[in-house]
Design a protein around this ligand. Structure first.
Ligand code: ZN
Length: 161
């Protein structure tokens, strides 16, 4: 993404006085019904030399999102895509199996939406455990096929001892 030549016009005082500066930056992000603080010691932001107004360039917003994702330990968009492809599934198939909308999954894979902890856990379980995939496939075929325990005893996936 190409940046406009500096200095930029300040949206606050309308002066052409916004320059890029490196700052320690702290912001709050609301997610999953809670508020989290994200601190970045060296974020490049635009700051108006006249009124002090701060502007976040696209790269800065992206870095805040990435830092938050890392802080929360969420799967990255490319990891979700890679794992899905490793299992030979389309977005629609994976979404259907884990009980999500395919539009949602698509937004997670492009990074335009951040997953909830519940979604992150579901994806991790699905990607890591063949038993979970088998169980969800059975439930997908027949939502009334019984409890997890009944399903497990009826499959080869249950290994005793
Ligand atoms: Zn200004």
């Amino acid at each position: 993404m190409k940046m406009k030549p500096l200095p930029w016009m300040c949206s606050h005082c309308r002066e052409r006085a916004v320059q890029l500066v490196m700052l320690p930056y702290s912001t709050e992000i609301s997610h999953d019904g809670r508020t989290y603080t994200v601190n970045i010691p060296d974020l490049q932001v635009g700051r108006c030399e006249r009124c002090g107004n701060t502007v976040l360039p696209h790269a800065a917003s992206q870095r805040i999102t990435e830092t938050f994702r890392q802080q929360r330990g969420f799967l990255k968009p490319e990891e979700i895509r890679q794992e899905r492809k490793r299992l030979g599934l389309t977005q629609k198939e994976l979404a259907s199996l884990i009980g999500s909308a395919d539009a949602t999954l698509s937004r997670l894979e492009t990074g335009t939406q951040m997953q909830s902890r519940l979604m992150d856990n579901s994806l991790r379980l699905f990607f890591a455990l063949p038993e979970v995939r088998d169980l969800l496939r059975q439930l997908n075929e027949d939502p009334h096929s019984g409890t997890a325990a009944e399903l497990a005893t009826g499959t080869e996936a249950s290994v005793s001892g």
